[in-house]
Ligand binder design. Structure first.
Ligand code: 1HN
Length: 380
């Protein structure tokens, strides 16, 4: 492997706490450069900021623009071995053109044409699919075909074999979230190709996957001889009907005076591992929030970054100093320690829930495991 040596460049500066810039000081700094040394006193402000200053910026992508480009890619670019997936990633404008929505999270629109197959492979990166519209694709995870329909959340833990198969006559698009940028800095990634063709049994299209039949019963842990895999969720799909009912029940309880919501007019659920109650993936947290028409959430800052997708309804969201109007499918990024709030309003798209439904994923499990998580509620 060839290595390129990045020169160290140091600038002697005059500052109240620094010695005068003399020829001797210049010579000391040239000595540091030659030996590839950097003194702390020139770097400390950047290395140890008083609070997080994300390299990422808040940004919004409109779903209708993404969908048009993905559909055009469907006409022009085949899917197959090598490229593996027709996935088009959100590139945060301040992350150097890399396909990184935030410093830790990948988010992409994936598009599969009628009858197409995305070939089997596996990787250490943890992933999920979230379906904002459409149906007709089955994702096959370790041989288990799992249907994907609007509102469904499908975790895809690292190192499982997976392929996708569009069994219908319509194209389908969905959101992919992965921890690719995080794993990139860990330098612990592995990837393998699987089989080129799925078996006939794997190309069937059952209404429920085997994983849902075993693990998808609320509060009931199967006493199965098949042990739950360590860590990641054994449940491969969280169907919209259950998510929707949970949110509707929270708001109904609140209306009846029995609490249940996060704050007035704001219901929320987290997708969890039914075997442990913990996060659905070891590096990614996923949640669905419902804000009733006219309600507004209190601003919250958190360490770690999030990506949101509007699932239902319209409204405005404020990230740091920026406020956007958003509608179904739109995606936006909340960088670390930027405050976030959302308001539900009548807008361009009808809402089947009567409010603003926001799907959110974030890197909180990593921050919690490392005890780097911090939250601040309110305007401060
Ligand atoms: C991948 O395997 C999928 O399986 C989606 O659908 C996006 C982005 C980079 C690398 C692998 C998928 C991906 C990916």
């Amino acid at each position: 492997m060839s290595t390129t040596r990045t020169p160290v460049r140091l600038q002697a500066v005059s500052a109240p706490d620094q010695p005068d810039v003399t020829p001797a000081l210049h010579e000391l700094y040239r000595g540091f450069e030659q030996e590839l040394l950097v003194p702390l006193w020139t770097e400390i402000g950047d290395l140890m900021p008083a609070h997080p200053r994300s390299r990422a910026v808040p940004h919004l992508w409109h779903w209708d623009s993404l969908l048009k480009l993905a559909a055009r890619a469907g006409e022009l670019v085949p899917v197959g071995r090598g490229g593996e997936r027709r996935a088009i990633a959100l590139a945060n404008p301040s992350l150097g053109g890399r396909p990184f929505a935030t410093p830790t999270l990948w988010a992409a629109i994936q598009y599969l044409m009628p009858g197409e197959d995305a070939p089997e492979h596996r990787h250490t990166q943890h992933a999920f699919r979230f379906v904002v519209e459409g149906s007709g694709v089955w994702t096959v995870v370790d041989g288990d075909p799992v249907p994907m329909n609007r509102g469904d959340f499908l975790p895809q833990a690292g190192w499982n074999w997976h392929a996708h198969h569009n069994a219908t006559t319509e194209p389908m698009a969905w959101l992919d979230g992965l921890d690719i940028p995080f794993q990139y800095v860990t330098e612990a990634q592995f990837f393998e190709y699987g089989r080129d063709e799925l078996s006939a049994a794997e190309r069937t299209t059952p209404r429920r996957s085997r994983s849902e039949r075993l693990w998808g019963h609320p509060g009931l842990r199967p006493l199965t001889a098949t042990p739950a895999p360590a860590g990641d969720s054994p449940l491969l799909a969280y169907k919209w009907e259950f998510t929707d009912a949970a949110l509707a029940d929270q708001l109904a309880l609140e209306a009846e005076g029995h609490g249940g919501t996060v704050e007035p007019g704001h219901a929320a659920v987290r997708f969890t591992n039914p075997a442990t109650g913990g996060d659905v993936l070891s590096t990614i947290r996923a949640e669905m929030h419902r804000i009733t028409r006219g309600a507004e959430t209190a601003p919250v800052r958190e360490t770690g970054s999030s990506v949101y997708q509007v699932f239902n309804g319209s409204g405005t969201v404020t990230v740091g100093d920026t406020t956007w109007s958003v509608t179904r499918g739109d995606l936006f990024v909340v960088p670390s320690w930027e405050s976030f709030s959302a308001r539900s309003e009548a807008g361009a798209t009808d809402s089947d829930s009567g409010g603003l439904d926001l799907f959110r994923f974030c890197d909180a499990p990593v921050f919690e495991a490392l005890r780097l998580n911090r939250t601040r509620r309110g305007d401060a």
